[in-house]
Every structure is written in structure tokens, then in C-alpha cells.
Write a protein that binds this ligand. Structure first.
Ligand code: ADP
Ligand code: MG
Length: 702
């Protein structure tokens, strides 16, 4: 059967066709066990009639021509033909396409009406082959109601693809019509397999597939071939990144004596933060910079140089890299800009640099970036002044060069979770997101990975690396730049529907990546992971000081897929003791009546203790207020920690007092949010990841 497929492809290539004809596609499908309407090729009127008799009426006639791709648009499809109509239909088709390269007319059974589904495969520029599923007809045309997964897909992926579309309800059954989900899933898996095993196939379009309650059948099929056999992406063996993050010695090339210049600031940052390694300024015109002896070139430094930070003008970087190769440098962080991001000439320079570096085994970060930071050895390559750093368990990977500068400062000054590593990747000429992810998988300091992505080079490597990391550590991604890249002049329907955003989204699901949609959400979620244990389930208790807060919290729980815990009788009783008799205790708990009677210490104390002890509560969200003439509640942190459950706070009120309270609470390792819905949003990601990790561990998500 593999031979049959190869044979059909070879014949098409011989005839200089880049796509397969309907009867060829259907032969391939049948050979892999996908049911299709039979498809005989008639080359004369009489033949058409004989075939129709054999198939049984009613029949369908379609033009078969390498010049007619969209058959019905061109008037090349005749449906529902009885015995008397075949001859005329045949002649009409032949007459209509006179003068074109017509091979014949296909004769096929008229499939009984079913739910129309489209199944397809196409190639994404970043992720390679992807699979698509959607409801056919108006649903695809008008609503673009389709879902994607990167090929190869698992059974679970196939199932999720169907559940994801808005029309899933129609598949399951609507007004007596339903679709056999199992047979559709089987087709999805077989198409995934077909594309995987035959790299010559670029696109597949099964449009439509008719789905019935007990079976599915492909009614029309189209296969587009690669122009030339696809090449496997060149994967050079690359050295690991230890020299990038853990060099024992660093040279700053282009070190400057002028305060404010990049080459000065980098050196100053290294000294101020106390980098635990040797530092060598390189500048042919200086004797000494910031008290350190300067060298004219990297190969004149006496000892070993593990890494260099390059801040020279772009045009001299090629020479610098040559010197580095001679010196045996293992990592180069290129701060300089003026490369592929700017001009063709810059692109050429960048390629030359990478070629030299690859040959010499030098890993390159950048160019056009602020580079890296490592809290452990206090290494930084940033030219933006950094005064202090809180060490911790969160690693950031970001595309933007300024990340290690301005945004880093924003995090350091506004957040109280700590940082382990930062990688600003710039142009990603060599080191990319996948490389950093692989490194972080083995980094003991990193427990959470936050990413800001604009574009990816090799999506498949990224997917694999992310999948590996996500088994152990959550990855939270904020992807910007989601404007769809148009698939112009796409031959297949599938290709025209496969926007970059949709495919990226699908890949994230397959990798176990958590996606957020703003920088604020990224920090909110990462903070929760940084501070808290994962919940054992999805049942949340919320304690709030107003009824409005309770309503907002309940809405947020529902929106984010969390459950409001059913409080146990013991919990209701305990809180009932401190609240007036008329007040009915339920979750979310409106604590105000209790606060009015006993004030915050007792009211919050009793409610929190009861909720944490409650077996039916997996996580707790507590909202407190910070007001000028009122005492702010301070939790019993020991009690919170001892519970082993994630507890998130929300503090509202006077801006300065809020900040004071938040500092105190976060200082004890519990995240604080300005509004209860943001706390619940963050918590929902902990819960999602807890579920995801379980299924990644079982291997069923992979
Ligand atoms: P194209 O996509 O090239 O325009 P199709 O072969 O998909 O042509 O035919 C157009 C439409 O005709 C299909 O969407 C389907 O609704 C209907 N159709 C085609 N072939 C059959 C068949 N064998 N049985 C029933 N309906 C069919
Ligand atoms: Mg069609």
C-alpha cells in the first residue's frame, strides 16, 4: 500500500502535476482504510453508463481534469443522476470543458446526505505539518469554525479537536442527526499518519466528509504535493548553554570608559551586582576601566575566557568572533544591533558570524539584545543599569532586547517573587527559545518559566523542548504579534484557514503550555506559581469582605473553570458562631457581618482556619481591606503554610496601605492581587497545570 501511494505520487510528478486527482486521492485513502465514495473513471458515454449501472442509481458525475481544481465552482459536478440523466450529463460535462486537458469523468455513488465535515492537513511555516478539523459548508465558510493540532496527533488530540469547535453540539446530536465521532477520529489519525509517513504530501483536503450516526465517508478529496521533496531542517549538533549562563570568566568587548555607554554600563552592572567570576574589559585605547586592567583584544587576555559580551559596532563583530574562536571562547552574547533586524547587509554579517561560531563551537545569544542574567553567579550582560535583584525560582525568556532592561526593572520594583535566570534572545541567530527551555529543564534554581514570544523559528523543536519542561515546571507564555499571516492563493481550503495564531494555540495545548494574553496576566500567573504549592483539586473557597466581591468571585470561578467548594457542616458551623443568626453561610463567604461584630482578627481568623481544615476545599482566596483608620488584617502565616493548600490574597483600599499590606503578605510567600478576579485567574492556572502535569506524567498528553 505504501507502494501504491509512492506510485501515484511519482506519476503525478512525471506529469508535472503538483496535486493529485480525485480518483488518485481516493485510491490512497482507501489503501489506508479511510472510506470514500467509489470513484471510477469513464472515458466515454457508454463507459459512464455501464459504470453507473454497476454502481447503482442515483450517481454523481464529476469532471476529471488537472486544470479544474474547484470542480463545482466551474460547473463540473452533476449530482443525483438517474438512469436517464447520465448520458446527457456526461456530454454536458465534456462539452463544457472542451479545449481543456480532460482525462475523463468520474462516476461515483451518490452518498446519502450526512453532516458535512472537513478534515485537512497543511504546512505551517513554523510548526510544519498541521491537521485541521471543522464542520463543512457554511460553518467553515462563514464562521471559520475549525480546530488545529500539530502533526503527529494522538488520539486525545483528535478527540479534543472535535470537542473544541463551536459546532461540537451538532456532531454529538441535534434534531435527530448525529455524527459517528469514533470514525471521524479514525480519519483524523489516519490523515496525520499519512502526512507523517509521506513528506511529499504538502496539503490534504477532505472536503466534504459526510458523517452519519454510525459511519463517515469521504466524498471529495484533494492532495497537494510539495514542489520539491521537502528537506529535513538542518540540525547541527550544538554545545550546551552552560558557558552562556555559568562562565567562570567574561570579557566585555567594547568596554568603554564613558559612563552611560553600553560598554561602560555592562561592566558597571557586573561589578555592582558582584558577578562571581573573572572580568576582563577589552578596549584597545584604554589602560584601565573601573579599576580593571583593559586588554587590546580578547586573544591577548592571559587566562581562559569562557564567555564574551560584545558591545562593539556591528561591522567589527565578525573580526571579534574570529578572535574569540582562536581564543577558545565558548559563548558570545552580542549586544550590538545593526544586523538582520536592520538590513540585508546586516543579515549577511549575522550569517557570517554564526558560521564562524558554529565551526568554533561558540554559542551565540543575540545579536540585538540585552542578553542574559543569572541570579546564582550574578552574571549580567545588560547595559541598562541594574541595582538589585531578588533571587528566586522564576526564569524569563523574552524576545525583546529591552526585557533585561526596562521590563526587568518593572518586575524588580513591583513584584516580590524572585528571579533565577533571564534570557533576552534578540534576533535568535543561534540560541533560541527551545535551547533555553532545554537548559532550564535541568536548572535546579528554576521552578517556573515565563516567556514573551513574538515569533518562533523552528516550531517543532520548541514544541518538543516545551513538552519536556512542562512535565516538571510550568511554562507560561505571552505571545504577541497575533496578526494572521495570510495564506495567499492557497490551493486547499485547509491552507487558507490555518492562520499562524490558531496553529500556535494548538501547539501550546499539545506542549502543555499555559497561555496568557498580556504582560499583566503573565506576572499574575507566574507569581502564583512562584509562591504556592499546586492545589489537589479544583474546589475553591473564597472569603470576601463584601457581597459584591462574592458575586464577582463566583463569576470568575465559573469563567476560569474552577468549582466553588461545598463547605462542610463543620465549616458552616464554625463561621456561624461569629456571625449573626440571620446570616446564611455559603461559599463565597461574605464576612462583613462577622467583621462588624468581632472585627478582623477574629472574623478572618475563624473563617480561614475553618476553610483550610475543610476537606472539601482545595484552595483558598481571601480578600482583605487596608483603610486609613481601620486595622488591616494580618494572617497567621504559619497556619496557612501548614495547610499545604494554595492561599491567594487580595488587598483593596488605600493605595499606600495596600502596598504595605501586600509587601508584608508576599514577604511571607503568599501572592497578593488587587482584585479578587485576578487572584482567581491566577489560581485557575495552578489548577490547570496540576491537571496537565498529571496527564503529561501518564504520557497521554504527549
Ligand atoms: P469541489 O469541491 O471540487 O467543488 P466536490 O466533489 O466537493 O467538488 O462536490 C461539490 C459538492 O457536491 C460537495 O460538497 C458535496 O456536497 C456534493 N457531492 C460531491 N460528491 C458527492 C457524492 N459522491 N455524493 C453526494 N454528494 C456529493
Ligand atoms: Mg469539495
Amino acid at each position: 500500500m505504501a507502494d501504491l501511494i509512492e506510485e501515484i505520487i511519482a506519476r503525478a510528478r512525471q506529469e508535472r502535476r503538483t496535486y493529485l486527482l480525485e480518483h488518485e486521492c481516493k485510491a490512497i485513502l482507501r489503501s489506508i482504510g479511510v472510506p470514500t465514495t467509489n470513484c471510477l473513471v469513464a472515458r466515454s458515454e457508454d463507459q459512464a453508463i455501464r459504470m453507473s449501472e454497476a454502481i447503482g442509481y442515483p450517481v454523481v458525475l464529476k469532471i476529471l481534469s488537472p486544470e479544474v481544481i474547484h470542480k463545482s465552482d466551474a460547473g463540473g459536478v452533476k449530482l443525483n443522476l438517474g438512469r436517464e440523466e447520465v448520458r446527457e450529463a456526461y456530454n454536458e460535462l465534456i462539452a463544457r470543458f472542451k479545449g481543456r486537458n480532460v482525462i475523463g469523468v468520474t462516476v461515483q455513488e451518490m452518498a446519502k446526505p450526512g453532516l458535512e465535515v472537513i478534515i485537512g492537513a497543511t504546512r505551517d511555516a513554523t510548526f510544519g505539518p498541521v491537521l485541521m478539523f471543522g464542520l463543512g459548508g457554511v460553518f467553515v465558510e462563514a464562521l471559520k469554525d475549525v480546530s488545529f493540532r500539530v502533526i503527529p496527533v494522538t488520539e486525545r488530540d483528535a478527540q479534543e479537536m472535535m470537542e473544541e469547535i463551536r459546532g461540537y453540539e451538532l456532531l454529538k446530536g441535534y434534531r435527530g442527526r448525529s455524527a459517528d465521532v469514533a470514525s471521524l477520529k479514525d480519519i483524523l489519525l489516519k490523515v496525520s499518519d499519512l502526512v507523517t509517513t509521506h513528506p511529499a504530501i504538502k496539503e490534504v483536503d477532505l472536503n466534504p466528509v459526510f458523517a452519519y450516526p454510525d459511519a463517515s465517508i469521504v466524498v471529495d478529496a484533494r492532495v497537494i504535493l510539495e514542489e520539491e521533496p521537502s528537506r529535513q531542517l538542518f540540525a547541527a549538533p550544538k554545545a550546551d548553554l552552560s558557558a552562556v549562563f555559568e562562565p567562570r570568566s567574561v570579557a566585555i568587548i567594547g568596554a568603554s570608559t564613558t559612563p552611560g555607554k553600553a560598554g561602560f554600563n555592562i561592566l558597571e552592572n557586573l561589578l555592582r551586582l558582584g558577578y562571581k567570576g573573572k572580568v576582563y574589559p577589552v578596549n584597545p585605547k584604554a589602560e584601565e576601566i573601573l579599576g580593571l586592567k583593559a586588554y587590546p583584544a580578547v586573544d591577548q587576555i592571559p587566562g581562559q575566557v569562557d564567555a564574551v559580551i560584545i558591545a562593539t559596532p556591528a561591522r567589527v563583530v565578525v573580526d571579534v568572533i574570529r578572535d574569540c574562536a582562536k581564543k577558545g571562547v565558548k559563548a558570545a552574547i552580542i549586544i550590538s544591533s545593526g544586523f538582520s533586524e536592520e538590513s540585508e547587509e546586516g543579515k549577511r554579517l549575522e550569517e557570517e558570524i554564526i558560521e564562524i561560531a558554529r565551526e568554533a563551537g561558540i554559542r551565540v545569544v543575540g545579536p540585538n539584545t540585552t542578553g542574559v542574567f543569572n541570579a546564582e553567579n550574578r552574571l549580567t550582560s545588560s547595559f541598562v543599569p541594574v541595582d538589585r535583584v531578588t533571587s528566586g525560582n522564576v526564569a524569563f525568556i523574552a524576545q525583546t532586547g529591552l526585557f533585561l532592561g526596562v521590563l526587568f526593572e518593572h518586575i524588580l520594583s513591583s513584584q516580590r517573587f524572585g528571579i533565577s535566570k533571564v534570557a533576552g534572545l534578540g534576533n535568535k541567530a543561534d540560541v533560541d527559545d527551545a535551547d533555553i527551555l532545554k537548559y532550564l529543564a535541568g536548572d535546579a534554581q528554576t521552578e517556573v518559566v515565563a516567556m514573551y514570544i513574538e515569533g518562533l523559528g523552528d516550531g517543532r523543536r520548541f514544541l518538543e523542548a516545551a513538552r519536556e519542561v512542562a512535565r516538571e515546571k510550568p511554562i507560561v507564555v505571552f505571545k504577541a504579534g497575533t496578526t494572521a499571516a495570510g495564506a495567499e492563493a492557497a490551493l486547499s481550503h485547509t491552507a487558507s484557514l490555518a492562520g499562524r495564531v490558531e496553529v500556535f494555540e494548538a501547539a501550546c495545548k499539545q506542549a502543555g503550555i499555559l497561555r496568557v494574553h498580556s504582560f499583566e496576566e503573565l506576572l499574575d500567573v507566574v507569581k502564583a506559581f512562584s509562591f504556592l504549592p499546586l492545589p489537589r483539586g479544583s474546589r475553591v473557597a473564597v472569603i470576601h469582605f463584601t457581597g459584591a466581591g462574592c458575586v464577582i468571585a463566583a463569576d470568575a470561578c465559573q469563567r476560569e473553570g474552577l468549582e466553588l467548594a461545598e463547605l462542610s457542616p463543620a465549616t458552616v458551623e464554625a463561621i456561624g458562631e461569629i456571625t449573626p443568626a440571620w446570616h446564611r453561610i455559603r461559599n463565597p463567604v461574605d464576612l462583613w457581618p462577622a467583621i462588624e461584630r468581632h472585627w478582623v482578627e477574629t472574623a478572618y481568623g475563624v473563617a480561614i482556619e475553618a476553610a483550610l481544615r475543610d476537606e472539601s476545599v482545595d484552595a483558598l482566596v481571601v480578600s482583605v481591606f487596608a483603610m486609613p483608620r481601620w486595622e488591616t488584617y494580618t494572617p497567621d502565616f504559619e497556619l496557612l503554610r501548614a495547610s499545604g493548600k494554595p492561599v491567594l490574597f487580595c488587598v483593596e483600599g488605600n493605595e499606600e496601605l495596600v502596598k504595605e499590606a501586600a509587601t508584608k503578605i508576599e514577604g511571607q510567600g503568599f501572592p497578593v492581587y488587587p482584585q479578587v478576579n485576578r487572584a482567581i485567574f491566577a489560581l485557575s492556572h495552578l489548577e490547570r497545570y496540576a491537571r496537565l502535569r498529571e496527564c503529561l506524567a501518564q504520557g497521554s498528553c504527549a
